[in-house]
Design a protein around this ligand. Structure first.
Ligand code: SF4
Length: 379
């Protein structure tokens, strides 16, 4: 198969669509409702809309858009920490592009930059090393976010900074690990879910084997998917087939990228730098046991959290309730009354409209031409 052409082949797509419809129909009839399947990853949400798969799939399939967009779950407190560091004299705050637009309680990093703070967008955390070396009289802080996918590059950059003895570079880390987050969703028990389309990128790092408890303990099937139409529909077919046959297993439909054991070098770097199992609070999800990380004691001298004022008053911030409902699959983005009227990618009210992977941004981008839907309507 070519890199994209065959994975977008119309004949293959048609065959898979018809197989999905055939297998889903009796299951949905038995349940008396559509199959409710969570695509965990924001990249999949975009693939569904970008390729128009939601219009091609039968009504017996309903997607619940999962929490797999790290910008969307970034808590207000984390943004506030980054903004307060950015506003300090002598600090250069660097990060990837999307976190700069996430609203905190006292504005975003972009607003801080407009007011004079030195905030830079970097394409790689490694660039922070050069930034620090080029600005020896400044304190450089890299605001690091992301799921298991971005953790290896942050870990390797941090190790490189440590080896090089760069004294004016620190990392403000707000990483979230996927497996505890899925466990937290399943433990909450108030979302009706029949199965998961597993994420492609995170699984490339953590592998497919680690999902086993989702099938054995929570009795939910999960199939890992890629991002091209044939990739995604193949995974969806396998998922629906499991439900039709009354099976519950972890399967990998993205074998050209995801190995059973993941990427051992990436996992080793994560483990070397980060301590996992920290209970952490996330936007829309609340406190999720074991979902966060902290730097290991050996690397605490590189932790930018130590620069924060421990006596600074923390403001209780109410996150938009609609974002929470979307993140946990209780409503669809267009059912939020703020969608498109008050919340747009240019002026996001919630983080789900900020990131290119956010569910609200996907609905906005790919449903823009449609007439405004009434809150409560679907499709
Ligand atoms: S439209 Fe905006 S406020 Fe509403 S759920 Fe989406 S991001 Fe949150």
């Amino acid at each position: 198969m070519s890199l994209t052409g065959d994975f977008r082949d119309a004949t293959r797509v048609r065959v898979l669509l018809s197989a999905i419809a055939r297998e889903a129909e009796p299951v949905a009839a038995h349940l008396g409702r559509p199959l409710q399947l969570m695509e965990v990853c924001g990249g999949h949400t975009h693939a569904i809309f970008r390729f128009g798969l939601h219009q091609l799939l039968p009504d017996t399939i309903e997607f619940i858009h999962g929490p797999g967009c790290p910008v969307c779950v970034l808590p207000v407190e984390a943004v506030d920490q980054a903004v307060s560091l950015a506003r300090r004299e002598g600090v250069i705050l660097a990060s990837f592009g999307d976190p700069l637009r996430v609203p905190g309680s006292r504005g975003s990093l972009l607003q801080a930059r407009a007011e004079g703070a030195e905030v830079k967008v970097l394409y790689s955390p490694y660039d922070a090393l050069a930034l620090a070396k080029g600005n020896p009289h400044k304190q450089v802080v890299f605001f690091a976010i992301g799921f298991d996918t971005t953790m290896p590059s942050i870990a390797c950059s941090l190790l490189a900074a440590d080896r090089a003895g760069i004294g004016n570079l620190r990392f403000l880390c707000h990483h979230i690990r996927l497996l505890p987050t899925l466990n937290g969703l399943l433990e909450a028990g108030d979302i009706r879910l029949d199965g998961f389309v597993g994420p492609g990128h995170v699984s490339m790092v953590i592998g497919s084997r680690v999902y086993q408890p989702i099938a054995s303990h929570y009795h939910k099937p999960l199939v890992i998917a890629g991002f091209e139409p044939v990739d995604f529909l193949q995974a969806l077919y396998q998922l629906v087939l499991q439900l039709a046959q009354g099976r519950c297993a972890i399967e990998n439909a993205y074998g050209r990228v995801v190995a059973e054991a993941g990427n051992p070098a990436a996992l080793k770097a994560i483990d070397q730098v980060f301590e996992s199992g920290v209970d952490s609070h996330w936007r829309g999800l609340g406190t999720v046991p074991g979902s966060g990380v902290r730097l290991r004691a050996r690397y605490r001298h590189l932790d930018a959290a130590a620069l924060l004022d421990p006596d600074a008053p923390t403001e209780a911030v109410a996150e938009p309730a609609y974002c929470n409902a979307v993140l946990t699959g209780r409503i669809k983005p267009h059912q939020c009354p703020l969608f498109r009227r008050h919340c747009t990618p240019e002026h996001p009210v919630g983080a789900l409209m900020v990131s290119s992977e956010g569910a609200c941004a996907a609905y906005y981008q790919y449903r823009l031409a449609a007439a405004p839907e009434e809150p409560g309507s679907d499709q």
